[in-house]
Design a protein around this ligand. Structure first.
Ligand SMILES: [Zn+2]
Length: 304
């Protein structure tokens, strides 16, 4: 065996068994509070981070009851990334109870938040006067990426150049995504860019891309809509000129069909607001989520 190869084998073996060498090269253990943020952290950290999520895909991070397994996930983590703006209403309480000794990075810090919708219908822990869904404007996701790179560099200076390079690449992808969404909406006449939804999570999206999101009157997650509520919604749709209804929380599908029949509006599919879909689903990454939502909204407003 050539001596060079023997040396390589020896080095590989030492790398595997030497505890010092292994720890120095192990990826940084980090935590993201929810799946959308976890995807952005993964994009910036690449193979230098091991990302765990406090709240996984298809799960509502607003209304979480912190569990012992969530506390275990943060216990050994170097950095915890959260959205802030009251999105994780449970976070302060959770961190007091968990043995987290790393750095907590709030990625929305430095953004100017929007005011919350007047009757935010989906169970934030407590009343907040700002809208937490900042990531629905892609430019804010770019801001998140910069905060993530800062947080990873502070915790992992040895690999900072890699974090910065991946952040730059992610920023370029997100800039292209933002331009793509803006261009798609620019092609729709402004008076058709009206969407009625039960899920008040699209204020930032609407402001960024020139779409009016109206809250579905009378329909809440709390109860089955009454005939009076249905009549109110039918009147609202007709008066607004909206052709796009996204009524995820309205319950009875026969009712939704009736509203569509009486108004001529199109019932859109699922919008992903607060969580990614599971892997293999239509919104498994931040970028595919934004593209999926945009396509679903465009199909509904452009239908004739
Ligand atoms: Zn929400």
């Amino acid at each position: 065996m050539p001596s060079r190869l023997r040396l390589l084998l020896l080095a590989a073996l030492l790398g595997l068994i030497g505890p010092g060498a292994r720890a120095a090269d192990a990826p940084l253990s980090v935590v993201a509070s929810f799946s959308i943020l976890g995807d952005l952290v993964q994009q910036v950290g690449g193979d230098r981070v091991q990302v765990s999520l406090l709240v996984g895909p298809d799960s509502d991070a607003h209304a979480v009851q912190p569990t012992p397994s969530m506390a275990r996930r943060v216990a050994g983590a170097a950095v915890l990334f959260s959205n802030g703006l009251g999105f994780e209403g449970w976070m302060d309480r959770f961190l007091r109870a968990a043995a987290f000794r790393g750095t907590h990075v709030v990625v929305s810090a430095g953004l100017t938040p929007r005011a919350a919708a007047s009757d935010h219908g989906h169970g934030h822990g407590h009343a907040h006067d700002v809208d937490p869904h900042a990531w629905q404007d892609v430019r804010h996701a770019i801001h998140f990426v910069a905060r993530i790179a800062d947080g990873l560099c502070a915790a992992d200076a040895a690999h900072c150049a890699g974090h910065r390079a991946r952040a730059e690449a992610a920023t370029q992808r997100l800039q292209a995504l933002h331009a793509r969404i803006a261009a798609a909406w620019a092609a729709v006449p402004p008076d058709r860019r009206v969407v009625i939804t039960t899920h008040e999570a699209f204020g930032y999206y609407g402001a960024a891309y020139g779409v009016r999101f109206l809250s579905a009157q009378g329909i809440s997650s709390a109860a089955e809509p009454t005939p009076r509520a249905v009549a109110a919604l039918v009147r609202q749709v007709k008066a607004s000129g909206s052709r796009a209804l996204f009524l995820e929380r309205a319950g009875d599908p026969r009712l939704i069909e009736r509203i569509a029949r009486e108004t001529g509006a199109v019932i859109g599919g699922t919008l992903y607001a607060d969580a990614l879909s599971a892997a293999g689903g239509p919104a498994a990454s931040y970028e595919t989520m934004m593209d999926h939502n945009t396509q679903a909204l465009l199909r509904a407003v452009e239908a004739r």
